[in-house]
Design a protein around this ligand. Structure first.
Ligand code: ZN
Length: 198
């Protein structure tokens, strides 16, 4: 899928919004991603998973991993669809007592895995997921996400492959040009209790 196709799909389901948004960090942004909005449609989720799978497969020279591993909750659905696309298990880590753990699944030492997340901004949860896999003795073949807002996935180890890289534009409220233009500020999910991830 081309960048425009991905963004069109996100826009269609209001998973990619352009406007003037109050982020949970307190910063203002002209765009907002809520992957759950597009992933709630199984056919769209499958299509995105297949597109990401094609990229990962090409990067791995066709090698099939033992499992796809993603951080809950945000990574669950795309993890499932990427597992379908690559023909392997799809498992997830979840936060318990402050750290990501593999609670419901087993990984065997030596297994090769691919880490996937929906949106990567700081890279925190995806790097924690990589760590869980490595501590289980697994080799992380690749890491990927739908939307990379990190400002360049190559700074991570392993490097991050994404369907779309989006320039990070955030403003402090006092410097925000949208506030200056009087554009109404929207707090995403304030009515629908949508938070980051799910
Ligand atoms: Zn503003």
């Amino acid at each position: 899928m081309k960048r425009e196709e991905v963004l069109e799909l996100f826009s269609k389901y209001k998973a990619y919004l352009e406007g003037h948004f109050l982020l949970t960090s307190g910063l203002h942004s002209p765009h907002y991603f809520q992957c759950a909005r597009v992933l709630q449609y199984p056919e769209a989720a499958e299509r995105l998973g297949r597109a990401l799978g094609e990229k990962i497969s090409a990067a791995l020279g066709g090698e099939v991993p033992a499992a796809v591993i993603s951080p809950a909750m945000g990574g669950l659905i795309i993890g499932h669809e990427l597992g379908r696309a690559l023909g392997c298990r799809a498992i997830f880590v979840e936060r318990m007592d402050g750290s990501m753990r593999l609670r419901r699944f087993d990984l065997e030492p030596g297994e090769k895995v691919v880490v996937v997340e929906d949106v990567v901004t700081t890279g925190g949860s995806f790097l924690e997921t990589v760590k869980v896999a490595e501590e289980a003795g697994c080799k992380v073949l690749a890491a990927c996400c739908l939307i990379d807002r990190s400002g360049g996935g190559s700074k991570f180890s392993p490097a991050l492959t994404s369907l779309v890289e989006v320039e990070v534009v955030n403003y402090r409220p006092e410097d925000c040009p949208l506030c200056g233009q009087g554009v109404p500020l929207v707090k995403p999910g304030s009515r629908n209790t949508v938070k980051k991830g799910f």
